[in-house]
Every structure is written in C-alpha cells, then in structure tokens.
Design a protein around this ligand. Sequence first.
Ligand code: ATP
Ligand code: MG
Length: 567
Amino acid sequence: MRLSKMYMPTLREVPQDAEVPSHQLLLRAAMIMKNAAGVYSYLPLGYRVIRKIEAIVREEMDAIGGQEVLMSPLQSKEIWEQSGRWDVYGPEMFKLKDRHNRDFCLGPTAEEYFTTLMKDSVTSYKQLPMNLYQIQTKYRDEKRPRFGVTRAREFIMKDAYTFDRDIPSMEKSYAEIWKAYEKIFNRMALHYTIVAGDAGAMGGNSSHEFIALSEVGEGVIAYNDESGYAATDEKCQVVYPVDESEVLLNMEEKYTPNATSIEAVAKFLGKATNKCLKALAYMAAGKLVLVFIPGDRELNETKLIHYLGIAEHELYFADEQSIAFSGAVAGFTGPVGLKGVRMIGDSRISKMRNLIAGANKKDAHWVNVNYGRDFECELVDDLLMVQEGDVCPLSGKPLSLARGIEVGNIFQLGQKYSSALKAAFLDENGKEQFFWMGSYGVGITRSMAAVIEQYHDEKGIIWPLSVAPYHVIITLINDRDETQAALAEKIYNELREKGVEVLFDDRKERPGIKFNDRDLIGIPLRVTVGKKAGEGIVEYSTRNEMENVNLSLSELYTQIEKELKEY
Ligand code: ATP
Ligand code: MG
C-alpha cells in the first residue's frame, strides 16, 4: 500500500479525553476514530490489526474443532425472558422495539441464542460434543465506557459455546478451549496470567480469566507464585486473622462528635481502625440492607451480590432517608438494638472482641460491642476485598497484587441455560438430558489495545509481527531523486511479490514527518531508501531496536524472510 493513497489522518497532539497510552496511540496513529462515547470506527490500519487478531483466533478455534457461525446481533426478548436475564442484565443491555412494538436487544453476549440453535436440532448424545463460535459485534451500554476500545459500548468479541453430554466432557471442552486461548494470546505476544474468576451473572461455577498484565488495567489480580494461587480481586478469598483472646467488657456509650468515618472515630477514641465495626448501607433489589465488616477493610461488592442472589445493577448505596427509616443514623450506624432491617456481616466480626460501633444516635458510638451478646446478624464467610499485605488462602504466604486487562474469559455454565430454555438431547439410555454447556469470550478489539499497552514507547506503537497491520515500511527519503525513487519502487514491488505486507511511504513530505509517522504507527520492519541508493544500499532497522544497518537488496530480503519466519 502506498501511503500517498492511504486514509491515515495521524494526529500530532495527544487527544484530550484519552487517558491511557493505547487509547491515545490508536487515535493518534489513525487506527480508530471516535463516533460517540464508547463507540469507535476502525480505520484502514486499525482494521488490519483487528483482522490479524481475528485470524489468529479463528485458526486456533478451528484447530480444536470449533465451527464458525454468524448470528444476528439483534436478539428477541423471548429467549432472554426464558433464561431470566432480560431483567437481570439491567441497564447494560441496549434494548429496542420494532415497528410492531416487539422488544429486541442488541446482544451483549449470546448464551441464549446459541442454546436455541441446539434445541431440537441436536437430539442425540452421538452428535456431541459441539463447539460453535462467532466473531461478532457486541453491545453493552457500559456504565463507564473509557480507555477507548478497552471498555467500549460496541466492540468485537469472539464468543464460543460448547455443548456436552455430561460433566466430565464439559470439563474436557473447557480444558481444550483453555489450551486454545493460551495459544491465541501467545501468538499475540501478550504477557498474561490466568486466574480464577467470578462467574457473576453468567451463572455456573468454574470460571477463569486471561489477564494481560498492564499498569493501566482495570482488573486487579492476586497471586502467589509458590502455591500457584491466582484469582481476580473480586474472587480472591481473604484471610483475615482475628484475636479472640480478649475478655468481653461491658458495653458503654461514648460521645463522638462529628466522628462519622471509621478513621475519625478510631482517632477520637484512641483505638485502631480494626477495633471498629464498619457499617455500609445498601439498597439491594429495593430493600435496605446493612452490611458490617472489620473497620480496616473494604467490602467486596461482588461477594455481597452473590450472597444476596441479585443482579449487579440492583445494588447501590442507600440514601440518608432510607437509612433513617430503619432507625439507623447515617455516619453513626451500628447493629445494636436495630430491629426489622436486614443485617449481614462478614463472619470475622463474630469473633472480634470489644468493638466500636455506631449507636444509631447522632454523635454517639458504643464501645465494647460483642457479637452474640449485643447483636446478631446473618453471617457470610467472606465479604472482604483483598488488599496489599494479605496472605494466600492456600499457603499463608504473602499475596502479590497486579493490574491487568481481561482479554479472555471462560465459564463452565452447567445446565443453567439449557434447562431454562429446555434444550435437551437423548443420552445412551434414551433418557432426556439437558446439555452441559460452556461459554468462552475473547475481546478482539480489547486485545488490540492490550497489545499496545504492552508494546509502545514515547514515540508510538511497537507492533509484534503477528498482529502488525503491515510487516514492512519503506521510507523514501527524497521523492525527487530518481535513483532513490526507482530503488524504493523496486523493493516495494519485489517484497510484495514475495508475499510480504508492505507500506510504501512515497508521500511528498519531509523525512522528519515520515519518520515520526513511521514510529507512531509502529510497523515492525523498516527500510529507508536514501543517499546510498546509487550503490544499491538501503538502511534497515526494526521498530523495536531502531538501530540502522546498511544492507544490499539480497541481504535485506534474507533478513526480512528470516524475521517473518520467526514469529
Ligand atoms: P469486564 O469485567 O471487563 O466488564 P466481562 O466479564 O463483562 O468483562 P465477558 O462478558 O466475559 O466480559 O466478555 C468476554 C470478553 O469480551 C472479555 O474478556 C473482554 O475481553 C471483552 N469485553 C467485555 N466487555 C467489553 C467492553 N465493554 N469493551 C471491549 N471489550 C469487552
Ligand atoms: Mg462487563
């Protein structure tokens, strides 16, 4: 491709609202263009990257017997009602009506739809396992679309669904996809870890996430290399040791003016924050719930949502009025003496001794509050968010925390969808069984951003060869020099004949501009045709190392061939 003909409106300035490198560079390198918040178009260079990533995914899915289909993103309400997810999915789902007032959504995922594919069409265990996938645009009206294509409202996902006859074969399918995903992300040259994830609204019990490590990632993972434990922060089991040895003291009310935070009350009473009971007031599916955890910890909302069995969007902070209605007082909320309101506590609070808790009166706290004697509530094993300094639940050794971008997610769904949609087959005894399912996603467009987060410098993107929009870029230094122009043209043609993907910067621009663009768009292999063209010598460098060497054409071709063989 000749750059003189290419649609490539690169930007000099860093776009205002782009916070992370991948977002800035995708915009600056004219790979994507913003249409609306979280909605992007893919421009020629960017779309080539997308197609490379899709090709990798396709090859590895096909290699394990996946069959590609393409379903409509337009899905009818009925199937979502059958699975019970029409309401559960909540405001993240784009809903629309047709002219006959029938309800549809733009698919955020497609478990229901794929289950209907199987229903009545695959009727015997002999036809199983089945592995179907698609690479398709998904729609999610994200609460906080940000970081460009990393958290978009319209994005490309590869979603796969497996259907099996029993649990062992479902686990086998899961393991196969796991292996395929390792190959996929290795081929993209991503540095990633695989961690236990939260099955969330998807249902089912086992789930793993493939996390591309990146400091700007929204995901947090906790791991210990020795024990092999690795989980997302949402999932990570928190070990919180408690000293149970203290003798129970008598409860006493203390005047605590304006001490509405844990820090303030602890400071005022001269105690540590872990002697305080933290109270959080939520509305959960329309009802007030008070949650109590150790004062020095944060609540893990995902764990609470699981325990409550509600959808994510059904949980939000209660306002002062709702809190007051229960007899509690915002800022001075505690469990002692409260009646008629649902109270839930992390199990550890039942063992902690002589706690400080709000007295449900302005400017007052109880001290020496003890579970069992002074209050009771529903106890949940673990409601805490992992934090720095926590230990591994397997080995007791320190956990490490890291940030990353979730690029893939795999779930064992069990029979959640097949039973809801009554999708069954006949087993070897002629008995009806619901399919055992798995579902598996790869964020195609998000992967592109994740690669950039791991491969860039202050000048631009450094594409790995496997996903680069082109392999080679030829920079013609002086387009008015006939020798230079003729040599560059010759190399351009010869490389293309060899099947190399080449960009030819034949623009009538100053070399500085050409070099800047070249660094920005990140083509891995570079050929500069300049002063030594008369001797048949060109400069060769890689985007990664930037060091120029002089090569003859035959040396150049050998070098490029070698590079292309290696990735
Ligand atoms: P997240 O926790 O980041 O919201 P998710 O758990 O909702 O992700 P899945 O439903 O498992 O994501 O979707 C499968 C894959 O699709 C994810 O692993 C991710 O790579 C990609 N993906 C999900 N949401 C988005 C989005 N808003 N923009 C771009 N890619 C996304
Ligand atoms: Mg999500």
